[in-house]
Design a protein around this ligand. Sequence first.
Ligand code: NAI
Length: 289
Amino acid sequence: RGKKAFIAGVADDQGFGWAIAKCLAEAGAEISLGVWVPALNIFETSFNRGKFDESRRLSNGKLMEFANIYPMDAVFDTLDDVPQDVRENKRYAGNEGWTVSECAAKARGVAKDVGKIDILVHSLANGPEVQKPLLETSRRGYLAALSASSYSYVSMVQRFGPLMNPGGAAISLTYVAADRVIPGYGGGMSSAKAALESDTRVLAYEAGRKYQVRVNAISAGPLGSRAAKAIGFIDDMIRYSYENAPIQKELAATEVGSVATFLCSPLASAVTGQVVYVDNGLSVMGLAG
Ligand code: NAI
C-alpha cells in the first residue's frame, strides 16, 4: 500500500517542501498539499500553465501529481480565530475551510474514503520582523513569528495526529539559529526555531504515546528559497557555508528531501524526537575553517 503524505508549506518548486514532496513521490507516496491561502492562486495558475512541469518529472518519466491541494493558513486553528479583516481580505474571501482544524476535517473526510495519513510535513515559517535584530523586535512581531513558525506545528500534530496511522511520522524544518547566534536571523525567528526544536522532543513523547507517531525535525543548511530570499542575506549564508563547511558544495533541496523521506520511512522506525542536521556539516565547526 502506498503511503499518504500531507505537506504544509509548498507554494512553488524552489523550497524544501517541494523537494520533500518530490522525494516522497519518488518513493511511491501519495501527496496532498496545504498551500498558504495568499499564495494559492498563483501556485495553481503556475501549476496549470505547466510552469512546474520540469520539476514535476519523476525518474519513471511521469509527472508528480497531487491528490489534494488544500488552502491553508497555519496561523489560525478554527474559524473563530480569524479576524474580520482577514475574512474580508480578497485573497482569503474566495477560499474556505483553510484554518488548521478545517483542513484536518477535510483530510478526515478523505481519510474515510481512501485511508489515513502516514506522513505529516511542516515546511513553513514566517516572521514579519525577521530583518530586525531581536533587541528591536516588537512583542507583536515576536509572537507572530512563534505563531506561524512554531505553534503551527503543534497545531498540525494536534489536529492531524488522530488521522494518522500508527507507525506514521511527522517532520518539520528548523535552522541552526535555534542554538547558535546567526546575526541577521531576527524578529524572534531564532526563538521560534528554538521552540520548534524543543516541541519536537515533547511532541515525540506525547504523539508517540498517543498515536504511535514519530516526530522529528531537520535542521537544514542555507537554500535560496523564496522565504530565504525575503530575509535578505541568503547569498552570504550560502557562500559562508560553501567556504567553511566540511563538505564544500552548495546544499541541494533534494538532499533534505531524501533525509526527510528516510526519517518518515520504516528505516527510521526507532528515530524520534531528534533534530537531524542536513547542512554539509557546517554546524559542527567551532571556527570558520
Ligand atoms: P519556502 O518559501 O519554500 O517555504 C515557506 C512556505 O511557508 C511558503 O510556501 C509559504 O507560503 C508558507 N507559509 C508562510 N506562512 C504560512 C502560514 N501562515 N500558513 C501556511 N503556510 C505558510 O521556503 P523554505 O526556505 O523552503 O522554508 C521551509 C522551511 O525550511 C521553513 O521552516 C524554513 O524556516 C526552513 N529552513 C529554511 C532554510 C533556508 O535556508 N531556506 C534553512 C533552514 C530551515
